[in-house]
Write a protein that binds this ligand. Sequence first.
Ligand code: PEP
Ligand code: MG
Length: 607
Amino acid sequence: MNSSPEKKKPMFTLGGLAASRGFVTGPVFLFTSGRDIAVPEYSIRPEDAIAELARYHAARAETKRQLLEIVEDFNRRAPGSSEADVFTNHLQMVDDQTMITECTKRISENLVNAECAVYRTVEKYRELFSQMDDPYLRERVRDIEDVGQRMLRAFAGKDSAQFPKLSEPAVVIADDLTPSDTVALPRDLVLGFATDRGSVTSHVSLLARSLGIPAVVGLGDASTRLHAGDRVLLDGTNGALTVNPDETTCREFANIIERERELRAMLDDGRDIPCAMKCGRRIRLAANAHPGIPVQTLRGFGAEGVGLYRSEYLWLGSGEQPSEEVQFKAYSDIVSGFRENEPVAIRVLDIGGDKQVEGMSAYEENPFLGNRSIRYLLSHRDVFRAQLRAILRASALGPAEVMYPMVATVEELKAANAELEGEKARLRLAGVPFNENIRCGAMIEVPSAALNSAALAREVDFFSMGTNDLVQYTMAADRGNDEVAYLYQPTNPAVLRLVDMTVASADAAGIPVAVCGETASDPVLALLWVGMGIKELSMSASYLPVIKKVLREITFEDAKALADDVRSRLDTDTAAAIYSRCREYLLSKEPAFAEIQSYFMHDGPEL
Ligand code: PEP
Ligand code: MG
C-alpha cells in the first residue's frame, strides 16, 4: 500500500488570559479532569443514622489523611512553600465546623446518606461563592469543588491525586484543572499548561505563578480543538497559544525564549538585597497583601514588609463580621512572617463604595461618597474596637501597624486614635500583651486629606497615599467605570499638586510617606514619586523586582531633577505630556526598560 505524505497541519492561534508569565514550546498532552463521580442518593432509616455518620467521619478522616500527605510532601521538598497553603486551606475546609454541622444534620435530621449530605452541602457553598462579586472569592468555588470531589472519591475508596503518566516533556491542555490536578502534575515533565476555563485569580493560575510554570487560561475551547500529536507555542506573558506553528514562527519564538531567560536572570540578580538607588538612597519596597496570601510568596519577590494589608477581604470572604479571634489569627499569620524593621500596615476595614458586604451597610444613593471606611468604623464602634483589639494583640507577635483609610478630617483621626488608646487601656488592664508603641498611619486618598495634610501629620506616625482613590476623587471619575477611564490620570497636575503638598507636610512633621496605590508598580510613576520625595512604595509583590531594577539604575538627584522639571510645567503640560516626559526620561537612563515592560509588566495608564 502507498503511504501518502503526511499532511501539514494548519497553524492557528488562540487567545486567552495571561495566567503565568513565560514562553514554552512542546507537544500537547490532552488531559480531561475526572469529575465523573456518581453520587448515590437515598433515604436512610433513623436507626441507621449512627452508622451513616460513622461512614461520613471515616471519609472525612481519609480526606484529611490525603491532604496532610500533600502538605507534608510540599514541606519536605520546599519548606515554607506557598503551594502547601492551598491544601492547608483545603484541610481547614474539611475541618470547618459549619460544614461538619451541616453534613451531620442532613444525615441525622434529614435522613439522607452520607455522600448525598456532603454533595448537597458542597453544592450550597459552591452556589454561594459563585455569586460573589469579588473575582478572587468567586474563584474559591474551584477549591470547594475540589475538596468535595476528594471527599466523594474517599467514599468510593479512590485517591484524588491521579495524573496520567507523561512519557515526555509536554504542554498540558485541559478543559479545567483543580488545585489537586495542578499539584499532581509531574513538574519535571510539564512545560506549561493551557485551560479552557479559569481566570487570572483562580487557584490554578496562582499555583502556576508560584510554581513558575507558564500558563494561559480562559481559552474557551482549546481542549476540543487540539489533538494528540499537535505542537504548540505557549505564551503565558500575553495569553496566547499557537497551534502547529510554521518554521518562521518557531524561530521567532526561540529568540523570544532566549531573551526572556536573559532578562529574568537580570531581574533576579539582587532580589533579596534591600532596594537602594544608584546614589545609595534607600527606598523601602513593600508588598500589598490580603488575608490568605502566603508570606513566603511576598518574601520570594523581595518584599520588605507589607505597605497595605487589605483586611476587608476577611469580611468580603465570609460575607459577615469575622470574630476577633478569626481576625487575630489572620493578622498574626502575616505579621509573624516579618522582622521588626519590616512593618506590616494593617488597614482597618475599608468597606463601602465598591466593596459591599450584604447586611452591613444601609442602602445609599451614592456609596462612593457615603458612610464608608473610617466613617463606617466611627459609626459602628463595636466593629472598630474588635478590629483594633485583634491588631493590637497581633502586634505582640510581629511588626503590626494600624492604618486608617479614607481619612478626610483631623477630627476623624483624633476619634480613631482615641479608640486605639481605649483598646490599649482595656488590654493593659486584662494583662494581654501588645506593642505599646504601635505606629498608626493615615491613608491620603481624598483631596481634603492632602489639603489638610499638615494638620493630619500631627496625629499619626506615617502617611500612605492611596493613589487609586486619590485619582478617582480628585478627577471625580469612578475608578471602575470604563467610560471615564480616560480620566484616570495619576499625572494630572491636580493630582501631582496634592502629592507634593502631602510630601511637604510629612517632611515638615518628620514622618515618612509611602505610595501604596497601583501607580507604585508602574516604573514611570515610581520614578516620579521617588523624585518627589517618596521613600516607600508598596505594590503587588510580583512587580517588586522590576521596580527595584529600575530604581537601582537611577540616582535620586536625577529623579529629583525630573520631578522639578515636571513641577515647573504644571500650569502648561497635560497629564499625557507629563507621563511621556517621565517615560522618555526613564528610557534615557534605562534603555532596557521598554523591553522589560513588554516581557514582565502591564502597560501604563491610557493617556
Ligand atoms: C488606593 O485607593 O490607592 C488603595 C491602595 O486602596 P484600595 O485600592 O484598596 O482602595
Ligand atoms: Mg483606597
